[in-house]
Design a protein. Sequence first.
Length: 596
Amino acid sequence: MKRLSIFALSMILGWGNLHAQTTQFLDGNHVIQRISTSSKYLLLPVEESQENDHIRVIQDNKVVRELNCRLAINKTDYFVPLLLDGLAEGEAMLDISMTRGNATAPSGGQVAIKDFTCWKQMKYSDTFDTQNREKYRPVYHHTPLWGWMNDPNGMFYKDGVWHLYFQHNPYGSQWENMTWGHSTSRDLINWTFEGEAVEPDAWGTIFSGSSVVDKDNTAGFGKGAIVAYYTSAGAVQKQCMAYSTDNGKTFTKYANNPVLTSEIADFRDPHVFWNEDAKLWNLILSEKQHMKIYSSKNLKDWTFESDFGEGYGCHDGVWECPDLMKMPVSSSLSASTDSKGQSSDPKVQSSNLKVQSQKWLLICNLNPGGPFGGSATQYFVGTFDGHKFVCEDASSETKWMDWGKDHYATVTFDNAPDGRHVALPWMSNWQYANQVPTKQYRSANGLPRDLGLFSYQGETYCSVKPSKEVMDAFAKTPAKRLSEACRVDVQLRGNATIVLSNRQGESVTMTYNAAKETFEMDRTKSGDTSFSDEFAAVTKAPTRGKIHTLQIFIDKSSIEVFDVEGKMAMSNIVFPSSPYTQLSVKGGKARIFGLR
């Protein structure tokens, strides 16, 4: 047990006034706050409408941590925890640079810095309440327990556990303070938050990247070590490395960081993978509006091989978060059906797939420039020999992996079982991600999905199907009614209209046109759309042939639709006033499946 100082004891017992005795106001924009480190957390009050203040945590005259936080002026929207457990026993100082010395009160008057709400409501605690306080938090999608989340990072599978790292702001629910948060799962549905795995250092905050399982100890950190590559975002962006010998719980940063640098400002999101054909490691990363490809034998020393991207695909925004993988091309995508023409198994049967070749899929996330505005995921198909990717698509053609507005930063897990390529997207859009109507947390991941390739009219496309672990989460016996977290399978007879609605008259309308081979979703009346002019939208997808069965995954704040054969996917978030409890289907027959 830590020895309590007189200062710490006074705080616990309520002796004195924290504001009066421990806060020093300096030049009108600068505050020094003395704190005790005897508790596990200092809870910081946040007001989202304010600007970020810069906080330096100082002990023994050294800066031990830095962060930005929107400290409360007029009211507290929520608290975020500043972890004190790792600090030396005793006291520390918060050196706070305020963005404003005076602020405007709701009444229109001025609030002096000494009267800001944050000084009165900062408090110590040995616990932090993460109980869900949000009506829109999904039931079966991954979300951060608190704070902001965007890109999935560093994902791998090992010893029966799926590891997901993600861009996380632990000090607020808007983008800032990028770290790698860490969650684990054994079924891709139920996730446990493991804390912050990779935190900012002298090289900068921690942007996106990847991890690999080094089975043969090529890097020298140990057989089966986890080697992570990430972008350090300081004055410039550069690539750094860390490794873990405890299956991804903790990481040691490589002493010789940074490993890769560039003269170009946008230089980020390294994705590493073992190339079995070439017997070497490859690394692909984004540099402005093209990809750079490297090779290595030891995960430390990298040789530049080639660039890809000039003249190909969409260039309306910055290219980000690449991935590159080899997979078979299936010439048939027929699903098995029962005697009634309904899918007897919503997963495509592998026995029906005829493999005709192997090709490479290059994933390229783009912001802005998506088909309906903002961020989205495009891809390219071609060949790769470990040195150069050659695209077989027409240079003017853009292929989209998902046709909703909320599918971005999609990358795959390393070392997935059975040779699968399991991808996970960030389910939001940079047009409005910071404004969606949640506060305890912001953003969810889309459903895990298995990627493949299929042929249609002489071209090769990416197939997208919910992972088998997702399907296993649902009951086998149909339910009688719609719920806020369920799956709806719709067997189509031709043209179809599917409407989800609630008692408030809010609705989402989905339309399938068999002749035109299109599917669209209208969320303009889905619920709250007031937070952004860019949110209300109708999204439309080609279906690459006829659709026989649709799978519609409904969670509290999302609707994801898949063709059962994998030819079309569409992901959109929604914010209804109350759950959609009414289902109308014209041109098909629906069956509802609840969670197990």
